[in-house]
Structure formats: C-alpha cells, structure tokens
Design a protein around this ligand. Structure first.
Ligand code: NAD
Ligand code: MG
Length: 406
C-alpha cells in the first residue's frame, strides 16, 4: 500500500469492541476495510474474540481491561504483529494514540476515563457510553470544547434528536420526547414484577443489546439515564424533556419546536443506524439496515409511562434537579443494584428503592453537592455510592429474597 493510500484511511479505535455496540461497529468497519486503519481495540475478559477481531482487522494494539487476561491475550496474538496490553493505564494509553474517530462503547462508569482522555486529542468521539454523560456531563462537554473535539451521540434516541436538530436553532425547541419500548416486562402485572428473574428481565422485545442495558430497559433505569443524557448533551432543562412508551421502537425520538411542528425520527431498531450515522457524519452513506415498510407496520402506539411501574424515571428528575455529584452517585448505585439483581440477591422491584436510599443517604451527608465537580470528585462519589449501596443492600436480604413475595 502506498503512503498516499495509507493517509486516506481514517484512523479508528473502538473501546468496548467485544460488546454489542463494539461488534456492530466492527461490522460496519469490516465492510470497508480499505477505508479504515484500526488503531486500537479494547475488551474485557473475552480475549478470544478481542484477539480474533484485532488480527482480522489488523489493529495496532489490543487491550484487555483485566491484567489477569494479558497472558492469554498475548498467546492468541503471538506472531500477528498486533501489540497486547492490559489494565486501566493501558486503556488510557490506547486513548492517547492518534485516531480520527473513537467509539466509546465500554459499559458502565469504567468508560468515562478513556473517553475523557480521547477528547484531549481533539478527536471525534462517538459516545455510546451514556454513563459518561450521566456521571460527568459538564466535565465531558467542557473538555470537548476546550480541545475542539466533537462528541456524537450513539444512543439511538440521542442520535435521533441530533438528526432532528440538524440546521435548527436549539432555542426554538419546546420539548424533546424520547421513546421507550417499556422493556421485556412491560405487560407483567405489578404484583408479578418482584418475581422477575434476570433472564426474564434480560429478554428485550425489539432490541438485541448487552445484558445490562436490556435489564435496565425493563426497569427503565436505561430511560432514566437517557433523560439525564439528553439534559447534559443538548443542554435542555429537565422540564423540556419527556419520555413516552412506544412499544414498536420505530420512532426513536421527537423534537417539538415553538411553532408546534414535531419532527420524528424513524428507523428499524438496529444500532448500526446510530453507529453508522456517527461513523459517516457529517455525510450520510448507505447502511446495511432494514428499511421500514409503513403499510406493513400499519400503526404506531404510544402511552404515558406508569410511575408505579417505572420508579427510576422519578429518580432521574431528582438527579437533574440536584446536579453536582448526583448523577455519579445515581449511576454507581444503579450499577450495584443491577449486579445484585443479576446475582439473584435483590428483587427486580427493589433496585429503584435501593438507589433512592443511596441518594437519600448521600444527600443527608452533603456528598452530592459540588460546584463544578472534577473527575476526581466524580470518581470519589462513584466509590462512595458503591459502598453505601452495598451497605444498604444488606438490609434487604433478610426480609426479602429474589423470588419471594414482598
Ligand atoms: P456489552 O456488555 O455488550 O459490552 C461492553 C463492553 O465493555 C465489552 O467490550 C466489555 O468487554 C467492556 N467492558 C466491560 N467492563 C469493562 C471494564 N470494567 N473496563 C473496560 N471495559 C469493560 O455492552 P453494550 O450493550 O455494547 O453497551 C455498551 C455501552 O453502550 C453502554 O454504555 C450502553 O449503555 C450503551 N448503549 C448500548 C446500546 C445497545 O444496543 N447495546 C444502545 C445504546 C447505548
Ligand atoms: Mg437508547
């Protein structure tokens, strides 16, 4: 390959390459291998997949988050010319490697430090990791502005809003409505919800996603995160952001303007839409996604979310009203509650009360207040919320176990 051809290739890195979003991103990139130079791929424990993809896409480096997996990763990459590395420092070092476009698709607060680091280099950051905005929205947005970096939303709802806002003045937006499928337990009676198992909550009617976000869809913690994400990314006040249950997941978001016009974004429930939009932005290019047949779809349904079924939504309102470190605490407590639910140690319906109690405790301790929090303060609030959640969760285990009636 000549130097000129090399220079034409876009340098891309994918953080969380082995996950659901990461694999969909690689699918798009692998369709046009001559267009991209893969700088870095990162993953977690699944080093088989990470190494296979790194070799297939001729990545410069493959990084596993877990140092104990480095030996296996090295063995799989032996003789391939792909470098191997492990651990948090290696993730940051990978984020320092020059790239034109970086996908942030690690799940959880662990995605924040590498994404933030990448922004320092003025890159385009395709942001699937919504936790970054929930925990540290103002820090992330300020860092992007400081270094002339661009953040593009990859969450389907936020990509939809972003597209509906193209060429519009944000000051003319009356409200943004993000849609919610209602999740896998949408039609269950309230009395049955405490008995939901991780497998039941982890089956989504429309989207094929990672396990954690799928369960978060059933509890609407995912939508709660997305309300906060909308607030942080678009700078809209909470009272101008709504969610509506739309079981078909074909409209991803709507923007209502001051003249009463509502722009809706429709598309098949396939994350390659939002990923591809961010990959090719500011242009549009063909994407291998299904086209909608409106006559066959025939109808689109909507319903207001029931606050008793989805208490996480009210917690999002509280987080937005509190600001400061509330987002970091909320996300961390939610991650612990989700771990406990997945481990069979907390009923589905106790996740939101646990998160609420963590917020209550930290508010009473004065630990949520902060003017212009720094990354260190965010990480400290994250650790404190995990400790508080673990403490408070213990009190649930005696009276109520997963599968028992409340
Ligand atoms: P996933 O669980 O399928 O994949 C997560 C990736 O992160 C994997 O590569 C895993 O190895 C890596 N990872 C996990 N823990 C890590 C850690 N501690 N340090 C470093 N890497 C770690 O998740 P996903 O469904 O692809 O979601 C990724 C992100 O995108 C999440 O923030 C999610 O909310 C968001 N998102 C996902 C979808 C979707 O359709 N899956 C849609 C919108 C937004
Ligand atoms: Mg979403």
């Amino acid at each position: 390959m000549t130097g000129a051809m090399q220079a034409d290739r876009r340098r891309v890195s994918i953080f969380g390459a082995t996950g659901s979003i990461g694999q969909s991103t690689l699918d798009l990139i692998a369709r046009a291998p001559s267009a991209y130079e893969v700088v870095a791929l990162t993953g977690g424990a699944n080093v088989d997949r990470l190494a296979a993809d790194a070799i297939r896409l001729k990545a410069g480096i493959a990084v596993t988050a877990y140092p104990e997996r480095l030996h296996d990763l090295r063995a799989r990459l032996a003789g391939s010319g792909v470098e191997a590395a492990a651990g948090e420092a290696a993730l940051l070092e990978a984020a320092d490697r020059p790239a034109d476009w970086i996908m942030s698709a690690i799940v959880g607060a662990a995605g924040l430090p590498p994404g933030l680091r990448a922004l320092r280099h003025g890159t385009v950051l395709a942001l699937a990791n919504k936790e970054s905005l929930v925990c540290a929205g103002p820090i992330l947005m300020a860092e992007a502005a400081r270094h002339g970096a661009t953040i593009l939303p990859v969450d389907s709802e936020h990509s939809a809003v972003f597209q509906a806002l193209r060429g519009e003045d944000i000051a003319t937006v009356e409200k943004v409505v993000i849609t919610a499928s209602g999740g896998g337990l949408r039609d269950w009676s309230l009395a049955r919800l405490p008995h939901a198992t991780p497998a039941e909550a982890g089956a989504h009617p429309n989207w094929d996603m990672g396990q954690r976000i799928t369960i978060d869809s059933a509890s609407m913690f995912n939508k709660a995160m997305e309300l906060i994400e909308t607030h942080e990314f678009f700078g809209l006040p909470p009272e101008r952001i709504e969610t509506i249950v739309h079981p078909q997941s074909l409209i991803h978001a709507l923007v209502q303007f001051c003249d009463g016009a509502m722009m809706a974004h429709l598309g098949a429930p396939d994350m390659r839409h939002a990923i591809g939009h961010a990959l090719h932005w500011p242009t549009r290019q063909d994407l291998p996604v299904a086209r909608l047949d409106l006559a066959e779809i025939a109808r689109l349904d909507f319903a207001a979310p029931d606050p008793a079924r989805y208490p996480a939504l009210a917690l999002a309102e509280r987080v937005m009203a509190t600001g400061g470190l509330a987002g970091a605490a909320f996300n961390a407590a939610k991650e612990v509650a989700l771990d406990l639910f997945i481990g069979g140690r907390l009923p589905f319906t106790e996740m939101a009360p646990l998160v609420e109690r963590v917020l209550d405790r930290m508010a009473a301790e004065g630990c949520l207040e902060a003017q212009g929090p720094t990354l260190d303060m965010v990480l400290q609030a994250d650790r404190l919320a995990r400790d508080r959640a673990a403490d408070l969760a213990g009190t649930y285990e005696t009276p109520r176990r997963a599968g028992q009636m409340p």
